[in-house]
Design a protein around this ligand. Sequence first.
Ligand code: ADP
Ligand code: MG
Length: 580
Amino acid sequence: MEERSGRELESLLHGMDGKSYGAYKAVRGEWNLPDLHLLVDHVQGDPFAAPSRVRVILDTEVARFPEELFQTDARATGTACHLARRFADVAESPAGGRRKGSGRSGEISIEAPGQEVIPNTAVQLHPDGRVEARFRVGLPARGRRILGSACARLLLETVPELVRRSLCYDALDPDELRLHAETAEDAHWLRDKLREQRLVAFVANGSILPRRSGTDERPLAGDAVVPFRSPAGLRFEFELPNAGAVAGMGIPEGVTLIVGGGYHGKSTLLRSLERGVYGHRPGDGRERVVSDPDAVKIRAEDGRSVSSVDISGFIGELPGRLSTVDFSTPDASGSTSQAAAIVEAMEAGARLLLVDEDTAATNFMIRDRRMQALVPGDREPIIPFVDRVRELYEAHGISSILVIGGSGDYLDVADTVIAMTDFSPSLVTESAREVARQHPTDRRREVPGPLSKPAPRRPVAASLDPSRGRRKVDVRSRGTKEIRFGTEEIDLAAVEQVVSAAQVRALSEAILLARRKLGGTSPTLSELLDRVMAELHSDGLDVLGHGHDGDLALFRRHELAQAINRIRSLRCHTSGESAR
Ligand code: ADP
Ligand code: MG
């Protein structure tokens, strides 16, 4: 596309004044303003529609970021997330866009990251030091008539000023920038170290785990907050590349229980571990809470659909002689949904399962001696998780961290027991063993045979196709928990490690990419995940969507698997069958 000057843009806009809104289409393209490239990728159809998609690119000599701030991927991500939040802050301040005129006229908005530090397309620091920001601008109108001079001011004064104040090194606090880059790098480094130490998670001393509310992810503040402190028996120390020595609680591989009374902070700890697969911004309180990159939250989710999952290792033959070797249902129960979630996580390569009794199916988790006596095994299809959790670790290398306040049966199968009391952890493995000796449960382990590795499933291409008949492909994300996929909804409300609307948007596009990656072949779901993630890794997030979208954030293969597994129309072939 031909590049034109700012002056040309100015006269073009003045010339449009009073014309009907459609004339704005001419603004599309690249404009070479003093100190920045302005690229208008998409012009909104009318002032009430989603605002126009705009990018700015700053050359290295203009942005002037020192190399330390972007020399590793982790540093670049930490810095870029900070720049995006800063851009959002300035855009909302009096220096930002003013809504003036009809519809969304004058609005400037960016998809700024929240507490988590995740690679995204809102602001990117390229390896050569260029800075690119992608955002939306409501091109101004009165009614449906173009406000040309207002638009000229917006694009040629307000936007450049906003960019100068938020994306140029010289206008920013250098210490703060360095902190964002280094914090991201330290967290990445720490997560990388876990496996070497045979740990599945680490929580640094001084971490602040509780959040302000269920809808406010910022750290809880005030005198009542108890900072995290490791019990002596689980204390580990690391020498971080930037922040130096850090001590905290390491959770070893194997089966770990988090026990304790109600309201003592068990779920809060587990939720921090769920989010520990991501980095966090400085000041979040969880900057040095990390967990295994393949940690997957497991929960019951009755009502979800399941397609061809072998849950027979957890659930035997169902009433009506329904086999569970190739189990499909549009409406799973609490226990079958949780069993499916575990098998699907194994299939996608999980190394750590996180389970909270608050969101687990009780009959899936436990079956005590009295129930074993009352309901004979041949009338109970469920093989309780307590009878499989050790095997998951010993035979499959998959660790578990379980919040269990209500069932002592788990004491027999745990390697590590952490008790939360008044928000402080202590290590009680030894006393738990003693209790288990003194109070034997006398229950029998009820397993029909070994838990086998999930049989590969091969998604049927047509079932990943959102278009119906001749109608065109329509996939759209809705907020942080829903994808509109053709005529159906993919409900991600129970997929708790999806943390932003930008991730949902990226997932919705990734399903289409997965569909394309199938081509004429019939890979297993696990191979398909490999293909998509490899392409994202080598070519970046711009392989998704229109190519220059500013509202995409990275996800893990696990989130993609969870989204695909929740497509109601998903059909899979299992081994033996041909997938065509
Ligand atoms: P449990 O799962 O043990 O019942 P929760 O984790 O749900 O307990 O915590 C109960 C309440 O205590 C929540 O409102 C939570 O925000 C708060 N809380 C958790 N940890 C702390 C802490 N370290 N300091 C202060 N409040 C906390
Ligand atoms: Mg709880």
